[in-house]
Design a protein around this ligand. Structure first.
Ligand code: PLP
Length: 362
């Protein structure tokens, strides 16, 4: 099978930064090689910067974003613990299921898809939950929610935040906003291939963790040794680190921090703004609530009479451009266009708008 190079404007994986590709292709290191241990230590330091946290327990879990979600709940929730989940799309929905499977009594706070989370309603949903959980950037709808406001209202609860689609793309300040546990993925705005889950946990949450979680692999008590120096613990064997992926993440993070986090956020903001203006000029209607639209993931309503799948297929066939379909109730009626990592620039906006104009005949 011959593979062509696609321009990936889907919700992920996005195109990767060339530096991250080079990191992936670098000579392979053994997972116990001192050079790899240095690379891991530096990766954890850089991850603290993109999370904007001082948490010593900040590390890339060797698994995808969903494992980050599992790690958040398996380490905090025991039978009967109350978990309040803000649901405004597919990934809030997934949080409910993961918390439920860990024995939680889940209190769902429903929102319309396309709307942001209402912090007051979430905080008022239960008087004393162990955990309050929300998605910062809902990939299913293209909506940003106000995590800082939730942090202010969380009280004694631990605040768990899904930052899979926000990290490295829009403002994210874990410590300032009161995030106790954050998990992410490498494949979105970080511009690194899928496969790792950047994870951070506050000292407060670590002190209140489940002593013997149901998962061995995701037990944060054991993972402390895996990252060794980063937590002050002696490094011990836990599992064989995916060294090529960590090297890729290291290179991608270096690339982002060299550009500067505020500059990276601004580049995403500008690209998203230009795309959203351009789509409206083409007569298309945006899906996400105004004022809460993610620049890195734009949701558009499929115009009446247009075959959503046929348009996506034509974009792929004629332009090697992949955009995402909607999910859940919006599978056939919404498109999701990502401008993440290296794709968050003027040339990508021009390309995707031109191709859409052509395919839609506008
Ligand atoms: N959370 C959000 C907001 C996501 O967008 C995704 C994936 O798209 C996930 C969680 C799950 O991540 P993964 O697919 O890497 O397991």
């Amino acid at each position: 099978m011959t593979l062509t190079t696609r321009r990936l404007f889907g919700p992920g994986p996005t195109n990767v930064y060339p530096e991250a590709t080079a990191g992936l292709a670098a000579p392979l290191l053994g997972h116990l090689d001192p050079a790899f241990i240095r690379l891991m230590d530096e990766t954890c330091v850089m991850l603290r910067e993109v999370w904007q946290t001082q948490n010593p327990r900040t590390l890339p879990l060797s698994a995808t974003g969903s494992a980050g979600m599992e790690a958040a709940f398996v380490n905090t929730v025991e039978e009967g613990d109350v978990v309040v989940v803000a649901v405004n799309g597919l990934f809030g929905e997934r949080m409910c299921e993961v918390a439920r499977r860990n024995g939680a009594e889940v209190v769902r706070v429903e929102h319309e898809w396309g709307e942001p989370v209402d912090p007051e309603r979430v905080a008022a949903a239960h008087p004393s939950p162990k955990v309050i959980a929300a998605v910062h950037a809902e990939t299913s709808t293209g909506v940003r929610s106000d995590i800082a406001a939730l942090g202010e209202l969380k009280g004694e609860a631990l605040l768990v935040v899904d930052a899979v689609t926000s990290i490295g793309g829009i403002e994210l300040r874990a410590d300032e906003w009161g995030v106790d546990i954050g998990y992410a993925g490498t494949q979105k705005c970080l511009g690194v291939p899928p496969g790792l889950a950047p994870f951070t946990i506050s000292e407060r949450a670590f002190a209140r963790r489940v002593e013997t979680p149901r998962s061995w692999y995701l037990d944060l008590g054991l993972l402390g040794g895996y990252v060794g120096g980063a937590t002050g613990a002696q490094r011990t064997y836990h599992h064989t680190a995916p060294t090529a992926m960590v090297a890729s993440l290291h290179a991608g993070l270096r690339r982002i921090l060299d550009e500067g986090l505020p500059a990276v956020w601004e580049r995403h903001a500008r690209a998203g703004r230009r795309l959203q203006e351009g789509l409206q000029e083409l007569g298309l209607e945006l899906f996400a609530a105004e004022g809460y639209r993610l620049p890195e993931l734009t949701t558009v309503r499929v115009p009446d009479g247009v075959d959503s799948t046929a348009v996506r297929a034509e974009l792929l066939e004629r332009y090697d451009i992949e955009i995402g379909a909607g999910v859940g109730p919006y599978a056939g009626s919404v498109w999701r266009i990502g401008l993440m990592g290296p794709n968050a620039d003027d040339s990508s906006v021009t390309l995707v708008l031109g191709a859409l104009r052509d395919v839609l005949g506008r």
